[in-house]
Design a protein around this ligand. Structure first.
Ligand code: YH5
Length: 269
C-alpha cells in the first residue's frame, strides 16, 4: 500500500473540522484555522492528515450530509492545493466519500467500517485505501455498557467479516487497513486487552491503524483532563507500534514523531 513505507510507522495527524474545535463559527475562519493547523502538523512530521466533520463523541448530535460536506470539502480542496501530504477523510457517509475523494482526499477512514447503506459501493468506486474500524453500537450509546464474549476474538471476527464484505463488494484486500477502534464501545479494561493483544487482530496480513491519542482510558487511569494527556498518549502510541501497529492517529505529532523515529533508529541498528 503506497501510503505505507516498509519498516516505518506512518504518523497520521488529526485535523478537526467540527465546531467543538473551531467554535467561533464562520466558514472562512474555520478554513484558515484548519489550513494553519495542517501546516503545523506537517512541519511537526505528519506523514498524512485525517480530517473529519462528524463528532463521534458520546452524546454528540448527528450532522446532516450538507453540514458535513460544508465542513470538510473546502478544507480538503485547500489542503490538497497547498500541501503534498496525503489527506484522509474521516466519514461514514457515501456522498461525503465521493466528494472528498474528488476534492483530493486519498484515503477513507470510516469508524462504521462501511456499514452505512451505499458505503461499500462508494468506497469501491473511489479506488483509495480504506480504514475499517470496529465500533460496538452507535456513538451516542456505545459507552453505556459494552459487553463481549472475548473482546479480542469479537473485534477480530468483526474485522474479518468486514474485510470479507469489502472484497465481496470489489474492494481489493490490499486497499484495506484495520483498526480495533479504541474507545468505541469499550471499557478501559477492554481497550487494555486489545492493546496487549494487538497482533492477534491482524487479518490477512493487513496493516493496523490505532487511535489512542488523548482518549478516556488515559483520563480514567491517570485522572488527567484531555489537554494534559500528551505524554501518556505518546507512551500508548509506542506500545501499539511495538505490538504491531503500522499507522498511529495522533493529535500531538511532534512528540509522537520524536519518540517513534527514535525507536525506529534503535530498532534498525
Ligand atoms: C480511531 O481510533 N477515533 S474520533 C475522545 C477523546 C480523544 C480523542 C475523550 N476517529 C478514531 O479521536 N478513526 C476517532 O477524549 C478515529 N480510529 C480511526 N480510524 C475520537 C477521538 C477521541 C475521542
Amino acid at each position: 500500500m503506497s501510503l505505507l513505507a516498509e519498516g516505518r510507522t506512518t504518523i497520521m495527524g488529526i485535523i478537526n473540522a467540527t465546531p467543538d474545535s473551531f467554535s467561533d463559527g464562520g466558514l472562512f475562519l474555520s478554513l484558515d484555522k484548519a489550513v494553519d493547523h495542517a501546516a503545523s502538523l506537517i512541519e511537526d512530521g505528519a506523514d498524512m492528515l485525517d480530517l473529519g466533520g462528524e463528532s463521534t463523541r458520546p452524546g454528540a448530535t448527528a450532522v446532516t450530509l450538507q453540514q458535513e460536506l460544508d465542513r470538510v470539502i473546502p478544507v480538503i480542496e485547500a489542503l490538497s492545493q497547498r500541501f503534498a501530504t496525503p489527506v484522509s477523510i474521516d466519514t461514514s457517509k457515501p456522498d461525503v466519500m465521493r466528494h472528498a475523494v474528488a476534492a483530493g482526499a486519498v484515503m477513507i477512514n470510516d469508524v462504521r467500517a462501511l456499514r452505512e447503506e451505499g458505503a461499500l459501493e462508494a468506497a469501491c468506486d473511489c479506488s483509495v485505501p480504506v480504514c475499517l474500524m470496529h465500533m460496538l453500537g452507535a456513538p451516542r450509546t456505545m459507552q453505556d455498557s459494552p459487553e463481549y464474549d472475548d473482546v479480542v476474538i469479537d473485534v477480530r471476527s468483526f474485522l474479518a467479516d468486514r474485510t470479507k464484505a469489502c472484497t465481496d463488494a470489489g474492494i481489493p484486500a490490499d486497499r484495506l487497513i484495520l483498526d480495533p477502534g479504541f474507545g468505541f464501545g469499550k471499557t478501559r479494561e477492554q481497550n487494555f486487552a486489545l492493546l496487549n493483544h494487538l497482533e492477534e487482530l491482524r487479518v490477512l496480513g493487513l496493516p493496523i491503524l490505532v487511535g489512542l491519542s488523548r482518549k478516556s482510558m488515559i483520563g480514567q487511569t491517570l485522572d488527567l483532563p484531555v489537554d494534559k494527556r500528551q505524554h501518556a498518549s505518546v507512551g500508548l502510541a509506542l506500545m501499539a507500534i511495538w505490538n504491531g501497529a503500522n499507522i498511529v492517529r495522533v493529535h500531538d505529532v511532534k512528540a509522537t514523531s520524536d519518540a517513534v523515529r527514535m525507536v525506529e533508529a534503535v530498532r534498525k541498528h
